[in-house]
Design a protein around this ligand. Sequence first.
Ligand code: 6PG
Length: 237
Amino acid sequence: MNEIPVYETPAAAAAACAEALRSLIEAALEERGVARVAVSGGSTPRLMFDALSAMPLDWTRIDWFWVDERCVPPTDEQSNYAMTARHLFTPAGVPAERIHRVRGELPPAEALERYLAEIEQVFQTDFPEFDVVQLGLGADAHTASLFPGEPLIEEIGGVAAAVYVQKLEQWRITLLPETLFSARARLVLVTGEDKAEALRRITSEPLEPRRLPGQLLLSQQALSHFFLDRAAAAGLE
Ligand code: 6PG
């Protein structure tokens, strides 16, 4: 990774990522009349969503999907949908019909089937090309819900899958690498000192995405824009 801007604080990195997302959405709206975005969950995007929610965007023309979701009900505190609703959809007033959540309350196979059907219905093709996907990085170097050791990382093809994450004892629904690679843009927001080691490893160790899934974000076929704060970037050369 070279020439990656490093921001002083998590808030500054989040604001820059929100601004990049806004501008990619505007470009998509101008070119195609709609914008289709897939966002990540966890805790890192909160500040970014707070910043984005205050921006003047035509929320009626933006479709929201998830890069990954935990198989929990939408009211669960672990739900990525719930976090996004709190920090983005409610404050911005996003119309419900533009929110394409994973039905985490259903059995995983059914949640996957419904999500795939919703993606197909919105994109009207059998393979989606998102305008932007926003990703994060876990301290164990996972990205999306592609955790170290996951065989689907090397599988070509497939839009999304249900994966059982052993270490969390939890099912999740995740977009697959080909979908992430097919997006027109990838924004990766990583902040906090607990991510420094994972960032150092994905950038300095031999390319082996099955062991270090975050390396998918460095792929030449899918250049990503990184937004890091100083703490996360501490281990980078
Ligand atoms: C999720 C996410 C996930 C996330 C990383 C980082 O559901 O957990 O979408 O892939 O990007 O786990 O999470 P934090 O921001 O909580 O560190």
